[in-house]
Design a binder for this molecule. Structure first.
Ligand code: FMN
Length: 195
């Protein structure tokens, strides 16, 4: 499928401009801003409307500091976050269908994308990370053993790219990187050559 320049112009602007930015400032968010993020995430679709997502909002506190302390080196930039949102769920909160169609993480992903797009629309940086210490974070947030901590979303007001490592500054200011569309889209049947 060839990319049509005319279609580019009609891409939803918030989808187009969402980026996993890393330059954030320590400025805090308001309660209203945090509530808007939660409401946007909670409006996502889910299998049978099961709404398997549970969000733990962690703003300025000793707990936020403890999560930041446990972040790996590569996510140094997230230490400036004024808000970290933990996405928590459990398999049996959502559809478990034949052939391994287990939907709770899929539906949590939809909720996170809603959150990211809402954050983008509000001019905030929002960046999901898998690079965190699951044991330390679970302990800080008191997540019961039967729940999974799927991801953290780092949130903040935009900051200064000059404070990033050279590698990250280049990504921050560079073009979006994606596989060619024809690698991920096929027509009428699955294209094994794309795997
Ligand atoms: C589940 C998940 C985990 C991620 N983990 C990290 C991470 O630990 N550190 C990081 O800097 N970026 C992380 N990212 C961001 C991705 O690298 C980023 O989404 C990807 O490079 C595409 O860039 P874009 O979001 O700006 O389009 C993660 C993204 C997702 C969805």
């Amino acid at each position: 499928m060839e990319e049509n320049p005319a279609q580019k112009e009609t891409l939803n602007e918030i989808i187009r401009s969402r980026r996993s930015k890393r330059a954030i400032s320590e400025e805090e968010l308001t309660e209203t801003e945090m509530e808007l993020l939660a409401r946007a995430a909670h409006l996502a679709p889910s299998c049978f409307n099961n709404q398997p997502w549970r969000f733990v909002f962690v703003d300025k506190s000793a707990k936020l500091d403890r999560i930041k302390e446990s972040l790996p080196e590569g996510n140094y930039w997230a230490k400036k976050a004024s808000l970290i949102i933990a996405i928590v769920s459990r398999q049996n909160l959502d559809c478990e269908l034949s052939r391994g169609r287990i939907y709770y993480k899929f539906d949590c992903g939809l909720a996170v994308e809603n959150l990211l797009l809402q954050a983008t629309n509000m001019g905030l940086v929002s960046h999901p990370i898998a690079g965190f210490d699951p044991e330390a974070t679970r302990e800080v947030l008191k997540i019961p053993a039967e729940f999974e901590l799927i991801t953290l979303v780092i949130i903040g007001k935009p900051g200064n790219p000059e404070e990033l490592s050279d590698k990250h500054r280049k990504v921050e200011l560079g073009e979006r990187e994606r596989e060619p569309l024809e690698k991920v889209v096929s027509k009428n049947e699955f294209d094994r050559s794309n795997t």
